[in-house]
Write a protein that binds this ligand. Structure first.
Ligand code: IPM
Ligand code: MG
Length: 374
């Protein structure tokens, strides 16, 4: 068995970020104990928290630490005081965008998996979501997010350029094809090639690369149609590849299929260290209450383990997560009456990983940490 020593940067971030990320660290520690690995953590700042403490949404030390790490575990970003103030010069989100650019995290990977025990939470009919299993590849460091931004002096006209180079499209496309090859061998490019020049470049590049992955079937969907198909018939998708802003939008849309936004993980990978974060936001209303769902973060930690080539460890974390769901150990977003606290779920998953469940666990102790609302 290979023993590993890894440096992990932990950025707890804003809102519920700290409390969910702490559960993942517990789980990673349980994995390290169980398998003999050593994980060194370095805590860094980003987002509204970093602005409050340093005036800067992404201090240089954070970039430096991330560049020197093996992986980054990130919580959430954003605070309502900035959302409602379009004139704010410094915004928490600038920190995340700058980090993506600094680390060249060009691919954001969001798996959309359904859990049978949660099917009733989905707004879609159970028969339409059974067996849904696809993965969105969103380009993350180009497009309209990073193009030239202008506003005239009178502030009556503004523009955001959408720019893509062939090279930027190629690198994420190769990655998406490689995943498709390992999966059900279908890749769907989502674009707006009937209107946008950048989308026509995307189609051309994907068509040029496709022959290198002959077993993979490729199809193309305009983004407006894709938005509809994701709801009408999500089972048709395997790997969905798209540009930055379309990916931002359709990945939030796809997250509702599963019934709980709190459950979905993501990985942002590039040339160096990769970053792992739940797809949910900072959910400020729940911050500090120990009620947020930590599974999105814990499943992101599983993706982190996979990225470090610790596949058995990652599989054990996923097994533990499924065990909690099947046994009704769930947070308030999933069961508003009989719910367990964020920290309890983190402890249970760690216990499972440490092999102290289901036999050795004291169920009465778990019950004590249950909500008292009836
Ligand atoms: C995401 C978020 C970010 C984005 C924000 C926080 C800048 O919505 O990761 O999807 O738009 O990329
Ligand atoms: Mg988003």
């Amino acid at each position: 068995m290979k023993i590993m020593e890894k440096n992990i940067v932990v950025i707890e971030g804003d809102g519920i970020g700290p409390e969910v990320t702490r559960q993942s660290v517990k789980v990673l520690n349980a994995i390290a104990d169980q398998f003999g690995h050593t994980f060194h953590y370095k805590h860094c700042l980003m987002g509204a928290d970093a602005i409050d403490k340093t005036g800067n949404p992404l201090p240089d030390e954070t970039i430096e630490a991330c560049l020197n790490s093996d992986a980054i575990l990130f919580g959430a970003i954003g605070h309502p005081k900035y959302d409602n103030d379009p004139t704010a010069k410094v915004r928490p989100e600038q920190g995340l965008l700058k980090l993506r650019k600094s680390l060249q995290l060009f691919a954001n990977i969001r798996p959309v998996t359904t859990y049978p025990s949660l099917a009733h939470l989905s707004p879609l009919k159970t028969k339409n979501i059974e067996g849904v299993d696809f993965i969105i590849f969103r380009e993350l460091t180009g497009g309209i997010y990073f193009g030239k931004k202008e506003v005239n002096e009178e502030k009556t006209q503004a523009s955001d350029d959408c720019v893509y180079t062939r090279e930027e499209i190629e690198r994420v496309t190769h990655l998406a094809f490689q995943y498709a090859q390992q999966r059900r061998k279908k890749l769907t490019l989502v674009d707006k090639a009937n209107v946008l020049e950048t989308s026509r470049l995307w189609r051309k590049v994907v068509q040029d690369i496709a022959p290198q992955y002959a077993e993979v079937t490729v199809d193309f969907l305009f983004v407006d149609n894709a938005a509809m198909q994701i709801i009408l018939n999500p089972k048709q998708f395997d790997v969905v590849l798209t540009e930055n802003m379309f990916g931002d939008i359709i990945s939030d849309e796809a997250s509702v299929i599963t019934g709980s936004l709190g459950l979905l993980p993501s990985a942002s990978i590039g040339k160096g260290a990769a970053l792992f974060e739940p797809i949910h936001g900072s959910y400020p209303q729940a911050a500090g209450k120990d009620i947020a769902n930590p599974l999105g973060s814990i499943l992101s930690a599983a993706m982190l383990l996979d990225h470090l080539a610790l596949a058995r460890e990652a599989a054990l974390v996923r097994e533990a997560v499924e065990w909690t769901l099947l046994n009704g150990f769930v947070t308030k977003d999933i069961d508003p009456i009989n719910f367990y606290f964020t920290s309890t779920i983190g402890e249970l998953i760690s216990e499972y990983v440490a092999n102290r469940i289901p036999g050795g666990i004291n169920k009465a102790n778990i019950e004590l940490r249950k909500s008292t609302i009836i």
